[in-house]
Design a protein around this ligand. Structure first.
Ligand code: CFM
Ligand code: HCA
Length: 534
């Protein structure tokens, strides 16, 4: 396998080969030291990556799902158009409540705005939106040209805030601010923490076992399915960040007793800051896959340590399991023994491996578009991560103890008893769960996707829109694990069943009988590109 890998990497110029080699790891647990992967560094120009930009991570991922705010994009229309509803982050409200989830607000920047400045147009736009839609708050996200021409969105936001009396927040998340979406997550986390979270008046949560669900974006209805089960057990969900989220709930997120972290990559900054400021620990959970869901629910019960809660947790687990178990077995019969690639943005590449395994599918290659080393190797490597100029470019904010609201949520003695049993304020990353011989790739590109497919011949790929059709034209089913291809939810018990059904449909579709993969038709052309194009 390693030889085959070296062979296709030879097609790169020497420097590129060296670079890409450091982003690929063949898992070997027999080594004394844990294996290291290069991550969160620039994609080499010319390489066709699946990555997006900082604006996508800020406005599209973290802010976009907050339904009662108006999210204004200051920039050319394309930046809005290509993000309009495609992520499938669902949101619903009761009659009369503000729900702007289906809108795309863009300043539609033109050449004249680039030349003469777009700030006046932006200010007029904020006025119009506030008057028309009555949002609870407004966000303004910058796209690339904004930073280049120097429009002061901070000043526009400040003036609009004074004029309208609602929070108007600006986000300098120009696409080029980082090497990927990840920079945008960080920028959004910082402002939400400074301006929204904790700005509410409530001091005590309105229910027992109060929790926030962080890093859950309600794609295809995932958080609704998670909340259904949690509420049934007796948890009080203060806020979800940010799936089907709202300004109204986020501002009182400081009242929770525990923060759950589903997607570590996109929201670990807020999780850490909440702990620092209010003393609320965070628990790494994974509601993708039946076993991971069960484990997460049990870990939550361990944290609260109340026998009644534990009993109710077990009852709900037994009931939910009974409803899906035998049906899952049916799908497993068709999927058993097959293999998958699981390449998604920054957390699903890990989270879905367990669910694939539950229906008999082994993940032979997995990776993330833009995660950091801690998402691959575990948070213990954070002190060793070298910050390059791109990372230093993103502001690191410091929060301090809120003297009034900081609380010891769990006694030291109990914490010591449980901290080794459950992942409190810790994420172990992907690598520990990967079997020997499987491959971990960071920022997998289109060339490598095709080459790895030829070597490993997977039965299915989990990926996104940018490579889906390339893969399907190779005769392999491809399941979008970003948007879920118009399906979902895939989280929790019922979600696992829906996933199994969709994957089985992918395999049993007659489409594949009409396609012959290229390597079955003709020998594969071998070639090399040398440095300097010689
Ligand atoms: Fe977290 Fe996400 Fe993901 Fe992500 Fe994304 Fe997404 Fe994703 Mo697409 S927040 S890192 S930036 S789980 S949008 S809901 S599917 S790449 S793996
Ligand atoms: C984004 C959003 C995205 C894109 C999905 C894809 C999503 O990164 O800007 O490439 O298929 O989940 O919608 O990750």
């Amino acid at each position: 396998r390693k030889k085959e890998l070296e062979k296709f990497l030879d097609a790169y110029p020497a420097k590129t080969k060296k670079n890409r080699r450091s982003h690929i790891v063949v898992r070997d647990s027999s080594l004394e030291e844990q294996q290291i992967i290069e991550a969160n560094t620039r994609t080499i120009p010319g390489v066709i990556t699946n990555r997006g930009c900082a604006y996508a991570g800020c406005k599209g991922v973290v802010l976009g799902p907050i339904k009662d705010m108006a999210h204004i994009v200051h920039g050319p229309i394309g930046c809005s158009y290509y993000a309009w509803g495609t992520r499938r982050n669902k949101a619903k409200t009761k009659d009369g409540e503000v729900n702007l989830i289906n809108y795309a607000f863009s300043s539609d920047m033109q050449e004249s705005d680039v030349v003469f400045g777009g700030d006046k147009k932006l200010a007029a736009m904020v006025d119009e939106i506030v008057e028309t839609f009555k949002p609870k708050a407004v966000t303004i996200s910058a796209t690339c040209p904004v930073g280049l021409i120097g429009d002061d969105i901070g000043a526009v936001a400040k003036a609009a805030e004074a004029k309208h009396g609602i929070p108007v927040m600006s986000f300098s998340c120009e696409g080029y601010k980082g090497v990927s979406q990840s920079a945008g997550h960080h920028i959004a986390n910082n402002v939400l923490m400074q301006r929204v979270i904790g700005s509410g008046e409530i001091e005590e949560a309105e229910g027992k076992y109060a929790i926030n669900i962080l890093g859950e974006y309600n794609i295809g209805g995932d958080s609704w399915e998670i909340e259904r089960v949690l509420k049934d057990i007796g948890y009080h969900v203060v806020s979800v960040m940010t799936g089907d989220g709202s300004y109204e709930t986020l501002k009182n997120a400081h009242t929770a007793e525990l923060n759950l972290v589903q997607c570590h990559r996109s929201i670990n900054y807020i999780a850490e800051m909440l702990e620092e400021k209010y003393g609320t620990p965070w628990l790494k959970v994974n509601f993708i896959g039946v076993q991971s869901t069960i484990e997460s629910l049990r870990n939550m019960a361990t944290y609260f340590g109340d026998p009644a809660l534990t009993q109710k947790t077990e009852e709900v687990i037994a009931r939910e399991l009974a409803a899906v178990e035998s049906k899952l077995e049916q799908f497993k019969k068709i999927c058993d023994g097959k293999t998958a690639f699981c390449f998604v943005g920054g957390s699903r590449g890990h989270h879905y491996q367990g669910l694939f395994k539950e229906i008999g599918i082994d993940t032979v290659l997995a990776g993330y578009e833009f995660a950091h080393r801690d998402d691959y190797e575990g948070r213990e490597v954070i002190p060793d991560i070298k910050l390059d100029a791109d990372s230093k470019n993103i502001e690191e904010i410091k929060v301090s103890k809120d003297e009034k609201r900081y609380k010891i949520r769990i006694l030291k003695e109990r914490l010591d008893q449980i901290k080794d049993k459950i992942p409190l304020s810790y994420y172990g990353g992907m690598i520990k769960d990967m079997p020997d011989g499987s491959i971990m790739v960071d920022d997998l590109n289109h060339y490598e996707t095709e080459e790895f497919i030829k070597i490993l011949k997977p039965d299915i790929l989990a990926s996104g829109i940018k490579d889906k059709y390339v893969i399907q034209k190779m005769g392999i089913p491809s399941k979008q694990l970003h948007s879920y291809d118009y399906s979902g939810p895939y989280a929790g018990f019922r979600g696992a069943l829906k996933f199994a059904e969709d994957i089985t449909m992918g395999f049993t579709s007659p489409t594949w009988n009409y396609i012959t993969p290229p390597w079955k038709q003709k020998p594969i052309l071998d070639g090399t590109v040398t440095e300097g194009g010689k």
